[in-house]
Design a protein around this ligand. Sequence first.
Ligand code: PLP
Length: 455
Amino acid sequence: PKEFHPLDEKMRKSAELFDQAKKVIPGGVTANIKYIDPHPIVMEKAEGSKLYDVDQNEYIDYLLSYGALIHGHGHQSVYEAVMTQMQEAGTTIFGTPHKLETTMAEKLISLYPGMEMVRYTNSGLEATLLALRVAKAYTGKSKIAKFEGHYHGGYDQVLLSVNPDHEKAGETVKPNPVPESLGLPEYYQENTIILPFNDFPSTEKILRANSAQISAIIMEPVQGGFIPAEEEFMKSLRSLTEELGILLILDEVKTGFRLSLGGAQMVYGIEPDLTALGKVLGGGFPVGAIGGSKKIMEILAPDGGKDILTAGAENQHKHHALFHSGTYNGHPTVLAAGLATIELLENEDTMDDLFAKTKSLRDQLEELYSRYGISMQTIGLGSIFNIILAEGEIKNYRDMAKVDSSLRKEIDYELLKLGVYTKPLNRYSLSTAHTEKDIARTVEAHEQAIRTVQN
Ligand code: PLP
């Protein structure tokens, strides 16, 4: 008989299925992020706030597909919108323009201050990739700048300095571009400038020295979904980028529809030049979008937006439109799910209730850890937060890197056994489907986990 080492005795089938998967899928996972040591937990059903694994264990889900499922699993309205769309259309996809593309674009424009026009992609990754191409074409400059610790998808130019090795990361005030993967050509390190988040004087210094080459800064308004940009930092960065002719791309893949219906830009009161969306926008289906001012976005028109190119880009693009395509862009089934998702969020009190629930969980957890004498803080905005088992202000990647995460990891593994699901060390996302009872059970599970690890 085979020797399995399940994470817990009651997760035997997960361990067996992982063993089978490993033979045909590298590492047994279809995305590196899905891996958990010694094996991931294999799910087979879900409902509302709950996940059920192949061993019939129940979990309260705080991963929510990395925040995408703001109404939890299988919300009736989203489900019906998808079924109705497919039945009425008689197909899953037309491969031609259709009405929902415009309906959704109008909706996004009404909600996001920085948007006058929209294009769709199939993931958040593709959205940020497209935003960067648009910025380079529009400004005629070839480099980009990104912040240390910020994630924008898994492709070459932005897979730098997300979680860099300390020795290679360089000075805090002037970080090095550190590749996060094998197979990233040096070209991207040479053309990507890394900035220190929430440190305006250092950021300004780097930008002023390189502004002639930087097409755009891409940033997560809330790093990792839980470390917010300081208000003053965001405002100063907006003014500086305007002054220097650098486009500001707000990557709202996590914050879109989570911080507010109009994302972080609504909360901070700024208008980015370009916005990337994903996750919640697809109602649980793969999606992404970019939006921005008409002036910039028209460069995507098949005639190349001839009239709007800046002098620098003129020669480069005289004869070519900016290429953007995708078999599944603007997928009708996906947009139907997304529209239903957004409409639910527009119901009065929905967002406030979700925030109040999140706050209640955070408050109760903070009280609990303090009762057990463990240094702990929750940080985040809206319906996403993280648990940091340390004191001191967390403002950026370097602050996070100093935190000892060993106790948190032990607790997270206990929580998995107790039916509270998030990937160890990951942030918590809440949904409108989470109940007071879920929250009470989660707090109880934390107490039990703390007792176990303290013994
Ligand atoms: N940008 C941010 C801020 C994200 O959080 C993510 C995904 O986690 C992405 C981009 C990439 O999106 P996707 O996983 O849909 O490609």
